[in-house]
Design a protein around this ligand. Structure first.
Ligand code: XLS
Ligand code: NI
Ligand code: NI
Length: 433
C-alpha cells in the first residue's frame, strides 16, 4: 500500500438520500436493470493519463500537481501503477485505459522505450491478476513527443511512419498481452497546421494504408478485441482528418475497413465538431460502427476540449438512450477521459471527481432505461414512420423514380403535413430525468 489515498474508504452505494460524500447515490453495480447488472451496462473505465500522468499544466501555466510518482525511472512508473490500482480498487471500476507514454518512461532509443514498456506491462499484468480492474483499451501516444509534431502515419518523413508502425505494433502487443478488449487510435497530429505545406491526398492515403496494416496485424497476432478510431475535428491540429463519425465512416469505406473498425466517441469532441454527443452515437449506430465512448464534458463557454468530469445527468441521459437503442456496449465501455481542474490538488478531489462522474452516468442510464421500458418514445417514433409499412410505400424504394412519380396522379395523392410533436416529446423526456 502507498500512502497517497490514505484514509479514503472504498466507495459503496448508499442510495439517493445519503449525505456521505464518499458514497454512491445512484451507481449500484449489482442492481439488475433490463436483465443486466448496472456494472455490466456501464462498463466504467478510468483513464491513466488524466489521473496519473497529467501534471496540471495548461497553455499558460506549468505544473500544479505534485506527485511522488512524477519522474522518469522505472521505480516511478511502478509507484504510479501501485497508486492507480489503489484508486481503481477504491472506486470499484471494472476497467482502465492507458497510452504507452502514460505508463512507462521514455527511453533514449526506441529499444529502451520498448524495454520499459514491456517491463511495466508485466507489472500491470500482475496487478490485473490480483485486482478486479482489467484493461478496456490500450493505445499509443503519437502526439506528445516532438518527433510527432508533423504527424505520425501522415508525417511527410517516411522514417516517422516507420516509427509510428513500431510504436503502434508495440502497443497492440501490450494490449493483447494484458487482455485488452479494444485498441484505440486517436490521431491528434494526423491533420495539418496549414494547407500551404500539406499534400492532403498523400497524407490521407498513408493514413488509410496504415489503418489497413493495423487491421492486418490484429489478425496476424490473433488479437480478439475491436479496433476503434476516435474522431476529433481539431486540437491540437488546426484540422484533423478523423473530423467526426460521418467523416470517419467515409474514410473507412474508402479503404475497405467499415466492417473492421468502429468508433470511440467522446462527448467533448462531438461538441467541438458542432454536433451533440447523442448525434455522434446515433450516427455511428446507424452506420454500424458504434464501439465505445470517452465520457467527459467541455466548458460550454471556453470552446476548448476541457475534459471535465460529467455532472449533468439530464444531458447524459439522451446519450445513454442512444447507446441503449444501439443495443448497448459489446467490447466498449464508458471511459472517463476526464481530468480534475489544475487547482484540485488533493487526493480526495481525484476520487470524488470519479464518484460524481459515475453517479451522473448511473442516474442518466436509469432515466434512459425507464424511458426505454415505458416504450412511449419508440411508439411515437414508430407512428411517425408507420406509412412506410405499406406495400405501396416499400415498392417505391425498389422501383424507379418515374414509378414513384406515377403514384401521384394514379392515387390522387395530396399529402397533408403532420405535427412533429417536438415539445410533447421533450415533455415526455422530462418525466423521466
Ligand atoms: C484527446 C483524446 C485522447 C484519446 C486517446 O483529445 O481524447 O485522450 O482518448 O489518445
Ligand atoms: Ni479528448
Ligand atoms: Ni478521448
Amino acid at each position: 500500500m502507498t500512502d497517497f489515498f490514505k484514509n479514503i474508504p472504498a466507495i459503496k452505494y448508499e442510495g439517493p438520500n445519503s449525505t456521505n460524500e464518499f458514497a454512491f447515490r445512484h451507481y449500484n453495480p449489482d442492481e439488475v436493470i433490463l436483465g443486466k447488472r448496472m456494472e455490466d451496462h456501464l462498463r466504467f473505465a478510468a483513464a491513466y493519463w488524466h489521473s496519473f500522468a497529467w501534471p496540471g499544466t495548461d497553455p499558460f501555466g506549468g505544473q500544479t500537481l505534485e506527485r511522488a510518482w512524477f519522474g522518469d525511472t522505472m521505480a516511478h512508473a511502478k509507484l504510479k501503477a501501485d497508486v492507480a490500482f489503489e484508486m481503481f480498487d477504491i472506486l470499484g471500476v471494472p476497467f482502465y485505459a492507458f497510452h504507452d507514454a502514460d505508463a512507462r518512461p521514455e527511453g533514449k532509443t526506441f529499444a529502451e522505450s520498448l524495454r520499459n514498456l514491456e517491463e511495466i506491462v508485466d507489472y500491470l499484468g500482475v496487478k490485473q491478476s490480483t485486482h478486479k480492474t482489467q484493461l478496456l483499451w490500450g493505445t499509443a501516444n503519437l502526439f506528445s513527443h516532438r518527433r510527432w509534431m508533423s504527424g505520425a502515419a501522415t508525417n511527410p518523413d517516411p522514417d516517422v511512419y516507420a516509427f509510428a508502425a513500431a510504436t503502434v505494433k508495440s502497443c497492440m502487443d501490450a494490449t493483447m498481452k494484458l487482455g485488452g478488449q479494444n485498441y484505440v487510435l486517436w490521431g491528434g497530429r494526423e491533420g495539418y497546421e496549414t494547407l500551404l505545406n500539406t499534400d492532403m491526398k498523400a497524407e490521407r492515403d498513408h493514413a488509410g494504408r496504415f489503418l489497413q496494416q493495423v487491421v492486418e496485424y490484429k489478425y496476424k497476432i490473433g488479437f480478439k478485441g475491436a479496433i476503434l478510431i476516435e474522431p476529433k475535428p481539431q486540437e491540437p491540429s488546426k484540422h484533423q482528418y478523423d473530423y467526426d463519425v460521418a467523416t470517419v465512416y467515409g474514410f473507412l469505406k474508402d479503404f475497405g475497413l467499415e466492417k473492421e473498425v468502429q468508433t470511440n466517441i467522446e462527448q467533448g469532441h462531438a461538441i467541438l465538431a458542432g454536433h451533440s454527443f447523442e448525434h455522434e452515437i446515433a450516427t455511428a449506430a446507424a452506420l454500424g460502427i458504434f464501439g465505445s465512448i470517452d465520457m467527459n464534458r467541455n466548458d460550454y463557454q471556453s470552446g476548448w476540449d476541457t475534459d471535465q468530469f460529467p455532472n449533468n445527468h439530464a444531458e447524459k441521459a439522451v446519450a445513454f438512450y442512444e447507446i441503449l437503442r444501439a443495443g448497448g456496449y459489446k467490447t466498449g465501455g464508458t471511459n472517463f477521459d476526464a481530468k480534475i481542474r489544475r487547482q484540485s490538488l488533493d487526493p480526495e478531489d481525484l476520487i470524488l471527481a470519479h464518484v460524481g462522474g459515475m453517479d451522473t452516468c448511473a442516474r442518466a442510464l436509469k432515466s434512459a432505461m425507464a424511458l426505454m421500458q415505458s416504450g412511449e418514445m419508440e411508439a411515437a417514433r414508430n407512428t411517425r414512420y408507420a406509412g412506410w409499412n405499406t406495400a405501396a410505400a416499400k415498392s417505391m424504394l425498389t422501383g424507379s423514380l418515374d414509378a414513384a412519380a406515377a403514384r401521384v396522379p394514379a392515387e390522387n395523392l395530396d399529402p397533408q403535413p403532420i405535427s412533429g410533436r417536438q415539445e410533447r416529446l421533450e415533455n415526455l423526456w422530462n418525466r423521466f430525468v
